[in-house]
Write a protein that binds this ligand. Sequence first.
Ligand SMILES: [Zn+2]
Length: 332
Amino acid sequence: MNDAFAPETRRRLTQLLDDFQRAASPGPFDYGWVHQHDGQRHDRHVVFGCMVHGNEFGSLPAALRLITALRSGEITYGGTATVFIGNPEAALENRRYLEADLNRVFLPTKGTTHEERRARQLMPILDAADVFLDFHQTILETAHPFYIFAWNTDAWQWARATQATPIWVTRNPTAQFSSGTKCTDEYVSDRGRPGMTLELSKKGFSSGAESLCWNAMVKTLTVADAVGMGSAIETLAASEPDFRFMITEYAEPFDHPAKSLRPGLVNFQTVKAGEALNAPGSPTMVAPQDGALLFPKYPEREAGVAVAPWPNEVYRLIVPMNAHPVQRWPTP
Ligand SMILES: [Zn+2]
């Protein structure tokens, strides 16, 4: 999981982190990697999360630009806006996390890993959010940016009104992303606030990730300003197109260390029912139906055998939802 850094990438990351810390004012939070802006016109609080997974740092240039633009008045926002960096320590090692996956441990535990301690520092920021948008990136290439979080009507209105991408991979709101864990959007959603996760691109710096993240931040603040000044989010959402909703139909369990995907599979790659997905000579894996791949995994191997810890799943198969989530999961 520890990828080698290109020297220029490490230099840029270090510089941006230094610049972020120099530019940031943490407001009321006892945390070094957060900036809070107070526009003093209304009380709508928007929180943006960056780099909850350390090596997904493609949002960092936009985060720094946001701080600078709010400070200079290049953009204005009348409410409270907070942007935090979740795991810069892991980023500097080009790793997803150091000891535990931070986006699984937003739980009331007393764990002492770096990430469990970090989750406890970030929880007060999430507790204060009226709207939360977390920026992530995929391990492999993705054909499209996409939202990925459980169905929630409130978050639907916000995501639709601010629409960074037309694709939302959603799931049953009563099922957890993975059992016994809690990610940032679930933590915020549990508090009855919209919590959204947006996958920008393949991990790392890119102009695509930067502009998508910047546009999503600015649009969210524009919408939150309108709501803060009295507009209804339902009205703002209704003026934008609805999503292409996708759902996980199948997950291939990583239950044998020799299971290995054929080379070159990426996110949103379409596959046909019966198509072989395994590498030659490794256990058979066949797409159970037509669909698109999500989160295909190529774990590190020694002599053909995946090195522990194994991922839970080799890949997921997603398909378009044939009923709108409003119909499929009506709010009680
Ligand atoms: Zn992530």
